[in-house]
Ligand binder design. Structure first.
Ligand code: TXA
Ligand code: MG
Length: 318
């Protein structure tokens, strides 16, 4: 059921059930972070491998010490600058976080979401909420209640409808190597904005074999339709003249009369707007019976870096 009733959602979570909730980034599949049985349900429901840990959502920075310890100064600096908001911090975890949440790591990923409904839920609960994105593992993340319903129509008791997600792309994840900050996942807050707060971050590169955050490397955020990602859309299109093609473009349509499915991410060339529209555009293209989707590389600055990272992953073959 799609609903705006927060009390119903509170009740389900108290009974160890899982529901979909809105956040400012993407919709989450939520359960009591202190309950092993709720967390098991999340992993089963999403068909998510148990080695891929979840993000724990808390109501405010004051709650941080209830779930994490040995918190570096730079973590507080970032939390003060960006919470509530799309920043996730990976910190040493306290015992009350079940091992299944953190995939048996000694760290936990935490954030304060910036969505009035998510915050209202947390204010009514005496436990934090664990929530991965509300999509089957590896597929495009949902940025509206309808996207969630399309994936899990009759399987969820409640999809809490908080409208379209304001940011549209997952949180940026920062962890620590000792006191040194490390970027685990590009997201809604640009790398530049993080570095303005705390100086340079260590990056986990694509060549790292054993990534701390699986989201950094594998095929992810992928449509069912085969997708190509390119600097040169015109050249690529020539190779597929007999196919139904859909285009995912930054700022303007291309003059191909036979290509009717063209999604523009921001007519004003605004990267924040492009991020907000990205997944919804991918969902629409994926539901348009196309043979292939061709996505254009965006300017590699600010959130353009994040968007390009997501598109690259979505177009990987495996
Ligand atoms: O914006 C978001 O972060 C959304 C909303 C719902 O909050 N959530 C989200 O969750 O994107 P999910 O499960 O799709 O991605 C969580 C990411 C994964 O890449 C996971 O590997 C990483 O967080 N992660 C979680 N705990 C970690 C830990 N202890 N160490 C390193 N990475 C961790
Ligand atoms: Mg996800």
């Amino acid at each position: 059921m799609i609903t705006k009733n927060i009390q119903l959602a509170v009740q389900e979570l108290r009974e160890d059930n899982i529901i979909a909730i809105p956040t400012e980034t993407v919709y989450g599949l939520a359960g009591n972070a202190f309950s092993e049985s709720a967390i098991h349900k999340i992993f089963e429901f999403k068909k998510r491998p148990l080695h891929n840990p979840l993000i724990v959502h808390i109501q405010s920075i004051d709650y941080l010490t209830k779930v994490a310890k040995d918190i570096p100064d730079k973590a507080y600096q970032l939390a003060n600058a960006f919470w509530p908001g799309p920043l996730t911090l990976v910190l040493n975890k306290k015992e009350n976080i079940p091992n299944i949440v953190s995939a048996h790591k000694n760290t936990v990923a935490v954030r304060v979401p910036n969505h009035p409904m998510a915050l209202a839920l947390l204010a009514n609960l005496d436990f934090p909420i664990a929530a991965p994105s509300a999509n089957p593992f590896g597929s495009i993340s949902p940025t509206s209640a309808m996207h969630v319903a399309n994936y899990f129509e009759n399987e969820l008791a409640i999809i809490l409808d908080g409208g379209e997600c304001e940011k549209g792309i997952e949180s940026t994840i920062v962890g620590f190597d000792g006191d040194e900050p490390v970027l685990y996942r590009l997201g809604s807050i640009s790398l530049d904005d993080i570095e303005k707060e705390i100086g340079e971050l260590k990056l986990i590169t694509k060549n790292d074999i054993n990534p701390a955050a699986p989201g950094m490397l594998s095929k992810h955020y992928a449509p069912k339709t085969k997708m190509y990602f390119t600097n040169n859309v015109h050249e690529l299109i020539q190779k597929f003249t007999n196919n139904q093609i859909g285009l995912l473009l930054f700022e303007k349509k291309l003059d191909y009369k036979n290509i009717t499915h063209q999604e523009i991410l921001s007519v004003t060339s605004n990267l924040n707007e492009a991020a907000k529209n990205l997944y919804a555009a991918m969902h629409r293209l994926d539901h348009s019976n196309l043979d292939i989707i061709v996505a254009e590389r965006l300017p590699d600055v600010g959130l353009g870096k994040t968007i390009n990272d997501k598109l690259e992953r979505a177009s990987k073959n495996e």
